[in-house]
Design a protein around this ligand. Sequence first.
Ligand code: FES
Ligand SMILES: [Fe+2]
Length: 397
Amino acid sequence: MKNISELIAQHKMGWTLDQKFYKSEEIFTIEVEKIFQDSWIFIGHQSQIPEVGDYFVYTLLAEEVIILRGKDDNIHAFYNVCRHRGSRICLETSGSTKRLRCPYHSWTYNLEGNLIAAKSFPDELEKSDFSLHKCNLEIIAGMIFINFSDNPQSIENLKRDLKEPFSMFGFEDLKIAAHKNYPIDSNWKLAIENYQECYHCAPSHPEYSLSHSLKIENEPEFDKAQAVMLETLEACGLKDISINHDFSRKEIGQEQYAYSRYALFDGYVTGSKNGKPLAPLLGNITDYNQGCSDFNLGPVCYFLAYCDHMVGYIFTPTAQDKCQCDVYWFVKNDAIEGQDYDKDKLMWLWDTTTFADETIIVNNQKGVNSIKYQSGPFTDKENSARSFIQWYLSVIS
Ligand code: FES
Ligand SMILES: [Fe+2]
């Protein structure tokens, strides 16, 4: 194989990647180190662990992190690695506990990660030197983000600039109404490329295309729908905000982020089958506005906020040739299932659409594996996918 710098140098700007980027273990190792070990990744919401001792375990490839509410009521993130001989400590994916006891030789840690009991612990050593390793953690408007780097890029600008959009939708006061994991037999980049463009929406997502104007971006009809959405925006308690610091517009040393809003077609106030509301209004919203807001939070986490619910998509690799999409459906935390919302109706659009995406992404990977695959040109309707590739190459080079 040509070396990676040769492959990067040969890349034609605005075209898709060479096959080797989708198949090489060597390149995947670099991606894990340069991208997944220093990106802020959404892993859950504070509402999942409301009580002291509640925890869940987040896994990304070789890393596992215990997310736990401590006695001080703060949320902590500890690597799930015992300081004795390295065993996993938490074997359950979630639960509630008074302490963390390693199943191997019973070294025991308190909820702040300090070693409190270890039989025959060497006299010459100090227990305080054997606390669990902490992982970088940020709670932003109730959302839990972690970063595996020893020297993580800053997430301060994201926090500052998205404060108002987060507050409009009341992110802090949400709960997860549903979560589903979709395994995808493809390299993770094909899943991100697919999410970054809506050129495929009209042919592949008839359900989405009935109501969402993004499928016709850059057409007069899109602008017309946008004008209708903007007319009622402020009366509904929302503001017209547009922020773009993702991929090619990312600031050096800062995690990337973006926010924008686009229209739904007449007759639709949310992402439902019949256009009618699905759940109580979120945050400060006072009435239904026929639009939805896109949030990009880091390179692999995306949220789509309607007036009455929000959907989160997180794409992560599970191997070089496999990835997954975790989809979360959020509603206001006091909404009651069966009374204020119907879970199946809430999930319908993005469950249907994510399954369809899985199929097209896997078919994409199959074609990319062929000896006849060659890099192809992105169109103007795939600008964000093009921008993702340029960012990707700059990070791994
Ligand atoms: S490895 Fe955990 S107690 Fe021994
Ligand atoms: Fe799609």
